[in-house]
Design a protein. Structure first.
Length: 422
């Protein structure tokens, strides 16, 4: 998909830019004033977890344009997050199927027709240098199109399809970058980089918080009790999210380390019950981990939850240890103490926004090796940034978080372990 976006997408952006140039030579250009925005479309399609980080941008837009109709375009995998973000499934969510290719192509064509019928005044493209989302924004017919623009950067050709060009700042958390896109809606169009206002970088961003009902928590407890009948309220539920997405395998902490960590938690903290979480496709791999931990207090939860019930699981659990993956952001919607292991990607950009989070990150000279500049592709086959995180260190921080309870680790800021000196 990314190779298609890079090569075919660049060509289509060029052709669309030529069409736009010819059209404006024939028909006088019209643009919507920021004060006239009545229908606004956000676009976010790449990583489901990153949608959570758009919450501050969405809240600002809702407050700035209280009477506007705001919708969101994403892949179907993002439906659960969009529900939690407050988008009505029937009227405010526009969802694409990503596979197989002919279904994706058909859905894309139908979506373009649907977007033009809804006559959006503005689009806000949350993707960084993605041609597909840039083309969708252009083909929607919206006169105001906000997006990240390359300016003098090499590559990342997007044509001349963006009216409000926001500079991508790789030195700030992505939540601030999303917020800058939203605030560009109130700026006039032009060729200068936007936005030229302070964003409060360095202060904690508002995070999306989901309050789980007592009944939902009881149902989740009953699910765990069904899988482990000896469960009591005295047990500590520790989630191990061992499998990062196949999108970037180098993100994974070695499976044998998760096994050793689990065994040590079980041996030294007898009240611990370990829950292995993952998608249904990860169930077989997690079952092997469960068998190798060789203890009845290890439960394979893969496929037992939806995103909504996964939030309930976080709400009743005492700790999660996870690779850099979607659950880092999903869990940040609750107050569960979180220990996140980062390596190929920097937590300074995509770290958790929860004040109850702690991040272990090895600032090797080669890290981060994945970013928007290489389409999050790395040639690395020896992820030492993850291998150098040892079990003793993770166990020590896990026990510290378990013993401290749900107490912010660093005054509302993320607590980084081995953070870069820069």
């Amino acid at each position: 998909m990314r190779l298609i976006d890079r090569w075919l997408g660049s060509l289509l952006c060029l052709l669309a830019s030529l069409m736009r140039w010819i059209w404006f030579r024939l028909v006088p250009a019209t643009s919507a004033s920021p004060r006239e925005l009545k229908r606004i479309l956000f676009i976010g399609i790449a990583e489901t977890g990153a949608l959570v980080l758009a919450h501050p941008a969405l809240q600002w837009t809702r407050q700035r344009y209280p009477n506007a109709e705001i919708a969101f375009l994403s892949f179907r995998a993002g439906r659960g997050v969009l529900n939690l973000l407050g988008f009505d499934p029937a009227s405010q969510q526009i969802l694409l199927r990503s596979a197989p290719w002919y279904v994706f192509a058909w859905d894309t064509l139908k979506t373009i027709v649907r977007l033009r019928q809804r006559r959006f005044d503005a689009t806000v493209n949350l993707e960084v240098y993605t041609r597909f989302s840039t083309l969708l924004a252009f083909l929607s017919g919206a006169p105001v199109r906000v997006g990240f623009y390359r300016f003098f950067e090499e590559g990342h050709y997007l044509g001349e399809l963006i009216t409000h060009r926001v500079i991508y700042n790789p030195h700030q958390a992505i939540g601030y970058s999303y917020l800058s896109l939203a605030k560009a809606l109130a700026e006039p169009p032009g060729r200068d980089p936007l936005v030229k206002i302070p964003l409060g970088v360095g202060e904690p961003l508002e995070r999306l918080q989901v309050r789980c009902s007592y009944d939902n928590k009881r149902r989740m407890w009953a699910t765990i009790e069904r899988l482990y009948p000896s469960l009591t309220p005295q047990h500590h539920l520790v989630i191990l999210n061992a499998n990062a997405s196949d999108l970037i395998p180098a993100r994974r902490w070695p499976s044998d380390r998760f096994i050793l960590l689990g065994q040590r938690l079980l041996a030294e903290r007898p009240k611990t019950v370990i829950l292995l979480t993952g998608s249904p496709a990860e169930r077989a791999a997690l079952e092997q981990l469960r068998l190798q931990m060789a203890a009845p207090r290890v439960i394979n939860m893969a496929g037992e939850t939806t995103l909504e019930t996964l939030i309930d699981l976080y709400a009743i659990s005492h700790l999660m240890v996870t690779n850099d993956s979607g659950p880092v952001h999903f869990s940040s919607m609750t107050d569960i103490p979180l220990l996140a292991l980062f390596g190929p990607e920097t937590p300074r950009l995509f770290g958790p926004v929860s004040p109850y989070a702690r991040v272990i990150y090895r600032s090797l000279a080669c890290s981060p090796c994945v970013s928007v500049y290489n389409q999050k592709r790395s040639p690395c086959t020896d992820n030492r940034c993850m291998q150098e995180i040892d079990v003793d260190e993770v166990f020590t921080h896990a026990c510290s978080l378990l013993d401290s309870g749900a107490v912010p680790t660093n005054g509302g800021f993320i607590d980084y372990v081995d953070r870069p000196n820069c």
